[in-house]
Write a new protein. Structure first.
Length: 122
């Protein structure tokens, strides 16, 4: 078994905070200002209520979101990015932008790789 390099260990922890399938979308949406659960559910395509709930709790626990409950009927709940999350926001936008610019390139690479694997196994 290999030993992790100290820089890898230091990098792994913050990566785990925001590298989940849904965390980036939640943080990008919440960075625009207070956002309600139902708004997040509409904005983040494909996320289930359960996954949204779990990710919101995780991001709140990590100190990236603040959950505010207003004593109304029905209760109004809003999520807001913390200063730490807002600092991360620019980096996340760069990542989202990069993914958008290169999605076709990645799809072509997948197709070429899969075609090469299929011909090699034939």
């Amino acid at each position: 078994m290999g030993v992790d390099h100290p820089a890898q260990v230091r990098l792994r922890e913050p990566q785990d905070r925001v590298a989940g399938k849904w965390a980036i979308g939640i943080l990008v949406a919440a960075a625009q200002g207070p956002v309600r659960f139902s708004e997040l559910e509409r904005r983040i395509e494909g996320i289930s209520r359960r996954m949204l709930t779990l990710n919101l709790r995780k991001l709140e626990r990590e100190g990236l979101l603040v959950r505010t409950v207003y004593p109304t009927v029905p209760p109004k709940v809003e999520y807001t990015c913390t200063e730490m999350a807002l600092e991360l926001h620019e980096t996340l936008l760069s990542l989202v932008s990069w993914a958008g610019r290169h999605s076709a390139d990645i799809a072509r690479a997948h197709a070429a790789y899969d075609a090469g694997r299929a011909s090699a196994s034939a």
